[in-house]
Design a protein around this ligand. Structure first.
Ligand code: SF4
Length: 474
């Protein structure tokens, strides 16, 4: 049984994909760490990375090669300046040398040292093998799997011990929604309070607040940047950035210069039903346009679905409650993270395992539950909202055109956000005791659906829109 902190579910990273960008980046960092621990790092003379399955099939479009190179030079995805990415990669490509782990200059040609294999490794669809030649002539190999949301494991799950320890250290270990409800009932508390008690067993209150503020700041900045950046997205699909134009239409004359001032300015705009829809879409599109342009977003629970949670939280802040402050943001993120972790434990948050229901479906469920708590819903209604949101994403396939996280991905975030708001409203007007389907049932159904789904629809770009629409049509 895994213990998953909400900070595992909400991570700051670089787009466009948590499994294909952030995961391989983290895997490269981890491999370097392990080489150092074993004392082999200083002996490395050559490196090669082999990518398998979905990682290989959509790796180019998802910038897996770029992420690997950044991981191999020891860059941190949370802090590496976005503006330095392209020049750094161009430099490696031109000079064919990489500063391994920030220390050792090693000959590296991405065209021949990153190898894309069509076949799948048996353990997971996103496999990668790192190989180092050392001065003695020996070769050292290590295999990692990117299992979605930036999580990386080895087959032996060597991190299971650490997770198990952390799980037992939680005062209220949760695997299923029913346990969460039970705890809330016995403790007479809401879900965010219970989640906070678990987090306190890992971090101090000051650290929790600091991290949550950093997460929210990154979400707000990604919405702000997305709404103020025009032009075309990279990758060759000629996708026009839409958040900029929508924002221009929606924003009345206002002066602001920071993301915080922008938020206040939106609160002063007059909104009717259509404008509410458009604002929510605008926030979601903005984040995912930033993500598609290899920008910094919060993986929540993945990068492809990074727009849903911030868009719904922003909806609450600028439309529902103008007096909302950090305490509301904190509650929202605590609940969203916990719901995401229930899906990760009981099903998957990897599109390579479960299609888009595992990304947009889970993010929509996270946002729906979190919004329901802020709107005064009971713990039962929170879980009901999460269930409703997922119920109407079941079977959603992953079929990104050209392997890029753009079509249908960007728009899909706006749909996930709107469904989340609707799910919250439906749950708030319902008695969860009368619900026919529990959250745990829908988690299980999602997993069964994932297992039945053809691999064509699991982040391979071998089915659906990815083959139905020709690149020349775009
Ligand atoms: S279709 Fe959905 S799951 Fe697939 S890459 Fe796009 S957002 Fe992610």
């Amino acid at each position: 049984m895994e213990s998953i902190s909400i900070f595992d579910m909400l991570k700051i990273g670089v787009g466009p994909s948590s499994s294909h960008t952030l995961g391989p980046w983290r895997a490269a960092e981890r491999w370097i760490g392990e080489l150092r621990e074993k004392g082999s790092f200083g002996d490395v003379t050559h490196i090669e990375v082999n990518l398998y399955g979905s990682l290989s099939l959509t790796g180019k479009g998802h910038a897996t090669d770029i992420a690997l190179m950044l991981g191999l030079i020891g860059a941190d995805p949370e802090f590496f300046p976005i503006g330095d990415i392209q020049p750094t990669i161009a430099n490696i490509r031109k000079n064919k040398i990489l500063l391994f782990g920030k220390e050792i200059p090693i000959p590296f040609d991405p065209d021949s040292d990153i190898i894309f294999h069509k076949k799948f490794l048996p353990f997971h669809a996103n496999g990668m093998v790192f190989e180092a030649a050392v001065s003695s002539g020996k070769k050292i190999r290590e295999t990692y799997y990117s299992i979605g949301g930036g999580f990386v494991i080895k087959k032996e799950r060597i991190n299971a011990k650490r997770n198990l320890k952390a799980f037992h250290s939680f005062p209220f270990p949760v695997e299923k929604g029913a346990e969460l409800l039970d705890y809330c009932k016995h403790q007479n508390c809401c879900i965010s309070e219970m989640v906070l008690q678990n987090e306190r067993s890992l971090r101090s209150d000051t650290e929790i607040d600091m991290e949550l503020r950093r997460i929210w700041d990154t979400m707000l900045e990604s919405m702000f940047l997305g709404c103020h950046t025009q032009g075309m997205l990279p990758g060759g699909l000629k996708v026009h950035r839409r958040a900029y134009d929508m924002h221009l239409q929606l924003m009345e004359k206002a002066s602001y210069s920071t993301p915080g001032e922008w938020l206040e300015a939106i609160r002063k705009t007059e909104v009717k039903f259509r404008q509410i829809f458009k604002w929510v879409s605008c926030f979601a599109l903005g984040v995912n346009e930033v993500n598609a342009a290899l920008g910094r977003v919060v993986t929540s629970p993945t990068n492809g679905s990074a727009g849903v949670v911030p868009a719904v939280l922003m909806y609450y802040l600028v439309i529902e409650n103008h007096k909302a402050d950090f305490e509301h943001i904190k509650k929202f993120l605590l609940v969203a993270g916990e719901i995401g972790s229930i899906f990760k434990k009981g099903a998957t948050i990897s599109a390579a395992m479960g299609g888009c229901q595992a990304e947009i479906g889970v993010s929509s469920a996270m946002a729906a539950g979190a919004l329901t708590e802020l709107l005064g819903g009971t713990p039962g209604q929170v879980l009901m909202a999460a269930e409703i949101a997922m119920e109407h994403h079941l079977g959603l396939t992953c079929d990104p055109i050209g392997g890029l996280v753009q079509i249908p991905c960007i728009e899909r975030n706006s749909m996930g956000a709107i469904k989340a708001i609707n799910a919250a409203e439906l749950a708030l007007d319902s008695n969860p005791d009368n619900a026919k389907i529990s959250l745990d049932k829908v988690v299980n159904t999602m997993w069964e659906t994932a297992k039945d789904m053809s691999s064509k629809y699991k982040e391979t770009s071998e089915g659906g829109l990815a083959v139905g629409v020709y690149l020349s049509d775009c």
